[in-house]
Design a protein around this ligand. Structure first.
Ligand code: SAM
Ligand code: SF4
Ligand code: F3S
Length: 444
């Protein structure tokens, strides 16, 4: 008998990738994906623990599911992801509606947990078992047939920034086999995927030894470059200390690697970077920026910023604003520091919440200004867009340019999956609007 599974995903791209892989795995035990949250036999919340009241949000979501199913058969309630890893069996005590708690490095066990589930028996699995997890998933076809797809190549983190939960929820750095990654990429491409974003919490720390050769992210990029049906390559998220010269060189040797780099810096002050245990300073970051711009002047950057980290003074904050003015990031994320339990900075508190909010407004005003300025610079020009899907109204198409800007254009469904030239007619802060100018099947 086929049962239905619904996954609600929070957090980063890796959670999105994981949710798809969980769907792929559960197919083998007759669970079919549903997009309708009201008809699930198994309801999975794939959670994120990075900021704020992550834990509370999860209990709130479970409460919502409880309401949806109050007059129907209860679904098997699974909590996956980083909150599951951090909270483990505590979750059952707080919310008996939950049946399974499973951490990100135990997903290979999910089929066994759900296969013969006759009666609700509370189960918690949060071992960090990354090798076995990838062994399991290497044998399961990746069914994603989106035009743009994620592919995890590396997981975990050994850097231990003092504010961050990731090293605790995802475990130590682990890189997957080079061959298995290429084979998964080939599966995706045979499903019709045209753009692959290689994922890792520290994606550019990728390092895999096989037959006495060390494979790095640059090797993966150049290998993928050879596959003619693949049009575009991206990767995220990188750490500044791992931006090695071989990777920087890819920006001239690869035609498919997009000239857009998300490179989080967090702060423009060396004092704050040190307090954060970031392992790089502002000068090293600018050095990477200079090398990249030299190799390809068209590269554009985005970043992540944390404001009000304990110890940050006005002068430090202004250093951050000045760095933004120098690099002119085209699209970035900024957050108020949120103390996370279990981290080195977990006991720090935000003393002045009002001041933190003001700082966030100030930094975002500057960042959004550059974002809008960049978008406006495309108006009246032709940009190459990979069309990903039709919009809900079916009359318009959605795609992205090389800098990952969203583009909405008029056009017929048969452009989906193709690179087209779009004449940009207008924009707002988040989106470019235009019409297809001519059909172009060239890469990039
Ligand atoms: N590995 C990436 C790196 O080194 O930058 C980013 C990982 S994290 C998923 C994404 C972003 O969340 C971080 O770059 C940081 O800006 C933000 N973040 C992480 N922990 C945070 C915290 N405790 N408070 C506020 N923002 C946080
Ligand atoms: Fe978190 Fe720092 Fe690791 Fe990024 S490098 S995942 S911010 S600990
Ligand atoms: Fe969140 Fe875990 Fe990703 S904490 S950002 S889902 S690695």
């Amino acid at each position: 008998m086929t049962r239905k599974v619904f996954i609600k995903t929070f957090g980063c791209q890796m959670n999105e990738y994981d949710s798809n892989r969980i769907y792929d795995s559960l197919k083998n035990i007759n669970f079919e994906k549903t997009d309708n949250q009201y008809e699930a036999d198994c309801f999975i919340l794939n959670t994120c623990h990075i900021r704020d009241k992550a834990k509370e949000k999860v209990y709130h979501e479970v409460g919502r599911v409880k309401k949806i199913y109050s007059h129907k058969k209860k679904p098997i309630m699974v909590i996956a992801g980083c909150v599951a890893q951090a909270e483990n069996e505590e979750m059952f005590k707080r919310e008996p509606y939950i049946d399974v708690v499973i951490g990100p490095q135990s997903y290979h066990k999910i089929n066994n947990l759900l296969k013969n589930r006759l009666e609700i028996k509370k189960t918690e699995v949060t071992e960090i078992d990354t090798i076995d997890k990838f062994k399991h998933f290497d044998n399961i076809k990746n069914d994603s047939n989106k035009i743009s797809s994620f592919l995890t190549i590396q997981e975990g983190c050994d850097k231990f920034c003092h504010f961050c939960v990731v090293p605790f929820t995802r475990g130590p750095e682990y890189s997957r086999s080079f061959k298995k990654i290429i084979s998964e990429a080939e599966q995706l491409i045979s499903n019709g995927v045209k753009e692959i974003t290689l994922l890792g919490q520290n994606v550019n720390a990728y390092s895999y030894n096989e037959n006495s050769k060390n494979y790095r992210l640059s090797n993966l990029i150049m290998e993928l470059e050879k596959i003619s049906e693949l049009k575009r390559i991206r990767y995220t998220t990188s750490h500044p200390v791992d931006m090695t010269d071989d990777l920087i060189d890819c920006y001239s040797s690869s035609k498919k690697l997009m000239p857009f780099l998300h490179l989080p810096i967090q702060s423009g002050s060396n004092k704050v970077l040190k307090l954060m245990n970031r392992k790089h300073n502002v000068e090293q970051y600018i050095d990477v920026y200079d090398k990249l711009i030299k190799i390809n002047p068209n590269i554009k950057f985005s970043s992540d910023f944390i404001v009000s980290y304990p110890g940050e003074e006005r002068k430090d904050f202004e250093d951050t604003l000045n760095l933004i003015k120098k690099i002119k990031f085209i699209n970035s994320f900024s957050f108020i520091f949120s103390p996370r339990p279990g981290t080195k900075a977990g006991d720090f508190e935000i003393i002045n919440k009002e001041l933190s909010k003001q700082k966030l407004i100030e930094i975002q005003k500057l960042l959004f200004g550059y974002q809008l300025e960049t978008n406006k610079s495309f108006v009246g020009k032709k940009v190459k867009v990979l069309i990903e899907n039709t919009m809900k109204d079916q009359k318009k198409l959605f795609g992205r340019n090389k800098y990952l800007n969203s583009v909405i254009t008029e056009g017929a469904e048969n452009y989906v999956g193709h690179l087209v030239d779009v004449l940009i007619e207008s924009c707002n802060q988040n989106t470019l609007f235009g019409k297809i100018n001519n059909y172009n099947s060239e890469a990039a």
